[in-house]
Design a protein around this ligand. Structure first.
Ligand SMILES: CC(=O)SCCNC(=O)CCNC(=O)[C@H](O)C(C)(C)COP(=O)(O)OP(=O)(O)OC[C@H]1O[C@@H](n2cnc3c(N)ncnc32)[C@H](O)[C@@H]1OP(=O)(O)O
Ligand SMILES: CC(=O)C(=O)O
Length: 539
């Protein structure tokens, strides 16, 4: 018999408090639907009345199986709960549940609110009673609870009791400043339950300022709290909240937890965890975090030669769980850390079968290590690695050669006297007997200059004769620049991610002391790889 842990997501509220994150109402609706499909119990949608986006979201909130919850704060002093306009706006959202944050640390009550301890506790009780009287389920987020408990356990506990006595369904212990370590969180949670607060009405809300928010949340669950709050991928104020993504996977897949606890997440939903996490990254317009537990793009990447060798014999040698359980995949990248096992695995993925012991394997490995020493990085540019390997194996078709290119960047004033820049590129390409010269300016949809690399890409992709139809659906989706080495040895490494209309995505790398030249190398490799992958024969 397992204890059912209630999952409360605050991506749309605390997650929106992340510096640099600003969801639109329609993005909030999409995220709410994703969270609901995943199987969460509560979705905290935001703070109605605090900003137009949150009000718009609640006005159009999707129907969810999860309990949609509006967030707000306890009433201010000097007015009744019924006369507090901030509380009224929260209730007006018409959600099934309302979560109110209130202070439980005497220092915070005095410094931040400037009211007496009794008055604060009465405000908590009156606000929760008002929510309950309006027919909603009430939750109380006990702000700074662990700091408050350390300073004055009697007062902090009395605030929880005031909320529970007023009808709160849940009281949630918040480590608001994120400074409490897991051992203390576990100890205090157990003490709160020992003091009479039922675990079935107790939640935990951790922040990650010590890098232990997930561990702290699990410590509270193990001590008896039955609700856990968090966000997708740990978004949230300052260093973030506890990552619900990690907590969900831990409870489902770590035997010691799975034997004692369960959540509403079904195995097929768990297998969509990586996809959901990457969709959130797309909404946030950021690359997926590499090292995120379970769902990171490197969570199951085996770079070291010793690891790859063992993984190919039995994946459990270097994997704590099967990546498929969370919808992730195993990657064996190539780099200067690789041995022949990585190499043969990567070549097989590219459809290149090479017998163990083939001398070409050693040559390819030596070349990878030499080039990485020069600044190349192949673990994030697998398409360039494939071209390099094909070259050594004598399987690299030469579709075209670049005879020369030239780029100019001009800064001038237009007819209105405004300062503008214009980038222009010329590329000469030879394909068999055919020689083409293409010229292009750089521009985006508004006509603004997008720089020399864009101009080069446009010129290169303008007239590739017999290959044109193959590359027409190609686009550049990401561009990363890194200076490697220092002083006279400094070089620029450019990694380009390309995509095509078939949903393929591939990465290529170029290195040169000159950023434009490094970019050009990566661009040319991107096209070469696409032509090979699409099986186009050289002209
Ligand atoms: C721990 C957390 O993360 S809780 C979530 C915090 N989230 C947010 O703050 C985001 C949304 N907040 C907002 O948009 C705004 O702060 C609003 C609309 C809520 C209030 O805006 P304003 O009225 O301009 O107040 P402002 O933000 O400057 O200050 C907050 C006020 O609330 C009071 N307050 C803070 N917590 C509470 C509480 N739990 N109960 C009652 N009053 C509170 C403060 O004392 C302060 O009052 P004061 O202006 O009289 O000093
Ligand atoms: C409520 C909340 O977000 C906190 O105390 O951290």
């Amino acid at each position: 018999m397992t204890t059912r842990i209630t999952l409360y997501d605050t991506t749309l509220r605390d997650g929106q408090q992340t510096q640099g994150v600003q969801f639109s109402a329609s993005e909030k609706i999409e995220i709410a639907q994703m969270l609901d499909a995943l199987g969460l119990d509560y979705i905290e949608g935001g703070w109605p009345g605090a900003n137009p986006t949150d009000s718009e979201f609640f006005a159009a909130a999707p129907q969810t199986r999860a309990t949609m919850t509006a967030f707000g704060m306890t009433k201010r002093s000097g007015r009744s709960a019924g006369n507090d306009d901030v509380l009224a706006a929260v209730l007006n959202a018409g959600t099934r549940a309302v979560c109110l944050v209130g202070k439980t640390h005497p220092f915070q009550v005095r410094e931040a609110l400037g009211v007496s301890l009794d008055e604060n506790r009465e405000n908590i009780a009156a606000s929760i009673a008002h929510v309950v009287a309006s027919g909603r389920e009430a939750l109380f987020d006990a702000e700074h609870f662990f700091d408050g408990y350390r300073a004055d356990p009697h007062y902090a506990l009395s605030c929880l009791t005031a909320a529970l006595d007023a009808g709160a369904r849940w009281v949630v212990l918040c480590d608001t400043n994120g400074g409490t370590l897991p051992s203390e969180i576990g100890r205090v949670t157990a003490a709160v339950i020992g003091a009479g607060v039922p675990g079935e009405r107790l939640g935990i809300h951790c922040h990650d300022d010590t890098g232990t928010a997930v561990a702290g949340s699990i410590a509270a669950i193990e001590a008896g709290a039955c609700q856990v709050q968090g966000t997708l991928g740990g978004l949230g104020e300052r260093c973030g909240n506890a990552s619900l993504t990690t907590i969900i996977a831990n409870i489902a897949l770590k035997e010691d937890l799975a034997e004692r606890f369960s959540t509403g997440i079904e195995p097929d939903a768990l297998a969509r965890l990586t996809q959901i996490s990457h969709r959130l990254d797309e909404i946030l317009n950021r690359a997926p975090a590499r090292s995120a537990p379970y769902v990171g793009t490197s969570a199951f990447a085996h770079k070291a030669g010793l690891h790859a060798s063992a993984i190919m014999k039995n994946p459990t040698t270097y994997e704590h769980v099967d990546p498929e359980r969370v919808g992730n995949e195993r990657i064996i990248p190539m780099s200067n850390q690789a041995g022949q096992s990585n190499l043969r695995a990567r070549l097989a993925e590219a459809g290149l079968t090479v017998a163990a012991g083939d001398p070409a394997l050693a040559r390819i490995l030596d070349l990878v290590k030499l080039r990485e020493d020069q600044g190349y990085a192949y673990d994030g540019a697998q398409a360039s690695f494939e071209l390099l390997a094909r070259g050594e194996l004598g399987q690299l078709p030469r579709h075209f050669e670049v005879e020369r290119y030239r780029v100019t960047v001009e800064r001038r004033r237009n007819a209105k006297g405004e300062r503008i820049s214009v980038s222009e590129a010329v590329v000469v390409v030879v394909m068999g007997q055919q020689r083409t010269l293409s010229v292009s300016e750089s521009y985006d949809e508004t006509g603004a200059d997008r720089g020399p690399v864009n101009a080069l890409w446009r010129a290169l992709g303008k007239d590739l004769g017999p290959y044109q139809t193959t590359i027409d659906d190609m686009s550049l989706v990401d561009f990363r620049v890194r200076i490697t080495g220092s002083g006279v040895d400094a070089a620029t490494r450019v990694t380009i991610d390309s995509a095509d209309g078939n949903g393929n995505r591939w990465s290529t790398v170029g290195v040169s002391p000159n950023i434009v030249d490094a970019s050009f190398e990566a661009l040319v490799e991107a096209i070469r790889w696409k032509l090979i992958r699409d099986g186009v024969a050289p002209a």
